[in-house]
Design a protein around this ligand. Sequence first.
Ligand code: PTJ
Length: 250
Amino acid sequence: MSDVDVPEDHPRYESLLTRHRIEEGVEKGITSKQGLIAEGRGEAFDYLLGEETTESADAAARAAAAHLLLARHPVLSVNGNVAALVPGEMVELSEAVGADLEVNLFNRTEERMEAIAAHLREHGASDVKGLAADASIPGLSHERAKVDADGIYDADVVLVPLEDGDRAAALAEMGKTEIVVDLNPMSRSARSAAVPIIDNILRAVPNVTRHARDLADASDEELRDVVESFDRTAALAAAERRIREGVGDR
Ligand code: PTJ
């Protein structure tokens, strides 16, 4: 048994554990109540995708790693679900690619901002951005637009996991290269991303880190080859196909 009393031989062990982590996130003031709903939606898509990293999601993770390594200023955006599910893994990725971590919330309150920043520091982050909020993303309503001038506002490449469609589109509109992690290949955020990673954040973040370590000694030319050989439209189509084909078998 784990510390949350989920029997390890339960057929849905992983997803039950994930639910508990989100619940704990809500109790600690890290995750919003809407985060519970987002988790439910994600779980449904993960089930349809077979709860594994597909070949096209792996190719997307490698392209994401190459983009982050090539970037002038990469930033990893963290919301309440990401902080509850993969805090240490986000810190590791930020270190592997030399990226900033910035808390950026849909349901922003100062208490949650502080709680998430503290949680990331507990998991090894040395610097957490997002609290200054001295710049804003054009075309979005006030609270959701708040970013740091020397963080997301200045970034050329941004990783935005589990994002809502409006902000993902607004960041893309600012000319930033956007890497989105989302289990729904039909979501607007996945569709507006240069690199949509259609995978569970639990698997996707460590996988991007693994690819980044593997590519650490690659030349810029090799990294550009990885970026250019990734086909975002094909990746989205592959995920949709997988969902349609998988549904008939289960
Ligand atoms: O912490 P906040 O205030 O910034 O709020 C964060 C949430 C996630 C609540 C907010 O951004 C939101 O409402 O998002 P949506 O519009 O519900 O979209 C969440 C997307 O993430 C959906 O397409 C889900 O399928 C997807 N998703 C949920 N869990 C996971 C996931 N994708 C990858 N991995 C997951 N574990």
